[in-house]
Design a protein around this ligand. Structure first.
Ligand SMILES: Nc1ncnc2c1ncn2[C@@H]1O[C@H](COP(=O)(O)OP(=O)(O)OP(=O)(O)O)[C@@H](O)[C@H]1O
Ligand SMILES: [Mg+2]
Length: 216
């Protein structure tokens, strides 16, 4: 991950008319990036934007709000965020928080490497520190299925100036001004009451209250 660094000095300069680009009846203008870099999601020109959810996602991008999109399976939650990002030329990465992802996957780990014929330990950064340092949106899918150890890590970066401390590395990562966090979930964070989503966990109260916009 660390090798694919984006230009961290770049910032959104382009005015994007929400009416023209998303077909929503509003005079709102949002900023997007001028350049379409390799991590910007591919454009699906057939995607239909539901106005309320689109406006919530746009507020997430332009005002650095944490937005959680909740809805049934296959209703277009993950692609909705990607398709908005695509039109703002905003790089985005998706992380599925299913029960296989661990704290180490997210943060990183020490790996043994050969350097000048000697074995040295080298910290391999996980996806979260990488995303934090870059002008990118991170989308946590299946937010309600995340393991407790993983959710505690995410909780630390949910605050607007949420810094991430890598204890083993003696490092504090300050989020890039254009780093953004989104999440998608099938349940509203109270566990599954329908029986449709076996394996989901109740989302802790902090996780439910921190996202400033909550779109259903
Ligand atoms: N409004 C839309 N316009 C066009 N295509 C859509 C729309 N909504 C969903 N789709 C298509 O439906 C498929 C499922 O969407 P997506 O994976 O985003 O759903 P999801 O809500 O994230 O599902 P899950 O709960 O399984 O994660 C995708 O192929 C997507 O392109
Ligand atoms: Mg999804």
């Amino acid at each position: 991950m660390a090798e694919t660094n984006l230009d961290i000095d770049t910032h959104p300069t382009e005015d994007i008319s929400v009416r023209d680009v998303f077909g929503i009846d509003t005079d709102m203008v949002v900023k997007g990036f001028a350049e379409r870099t390799s991590r910007v999601p591919e454009l699906d020109s057939t995607y239909k934007f539901d106005p309320d959810t689109t406006l919530a996602i746009l507020a997430g991008f332009s005002h650095n709000r944490r937005v959680m999109i909740q809805g049934y399976h296959g209703t277009g939650k993950s692609t909705h965020i990607e398709q908005v990002a695509s039109r703002l030329n905003w790089p985005a990465v998706r992380v599925n928080l299913d029960s296989h992802i661990s704290r180490i996957d997210l943060i990183g780990k020490d790996a043994i490497k050969l350097k000048d014929g000697k074995q040295v330990t080298d910290f391999q950064e996980g996806i979260l520190p990488w995303a934090l340092r870059n002008p990118t949106a991170i989308v946590f899918d299946e937010y309600d299925a995340g393991r407790a150890d993983v959710m505690f890590v995410i909780q630390r970066v949910l605050e607007v100036d949420g810094k991430l401390t890598l204890l083993d590395q003696n490092q504090v990562i300050t989020p890039h001004p254009y780093f953004r966090i989104f999440s998608t979930a099938n349940t509203v964070g109270l566990g599954d009451t329908t029986g449709l989503y076996h394996g989901t966990q109740p989302v802790s109260y902090t996780h439910l209250t921190l996202p400033t916009i909550y779109s259903v």
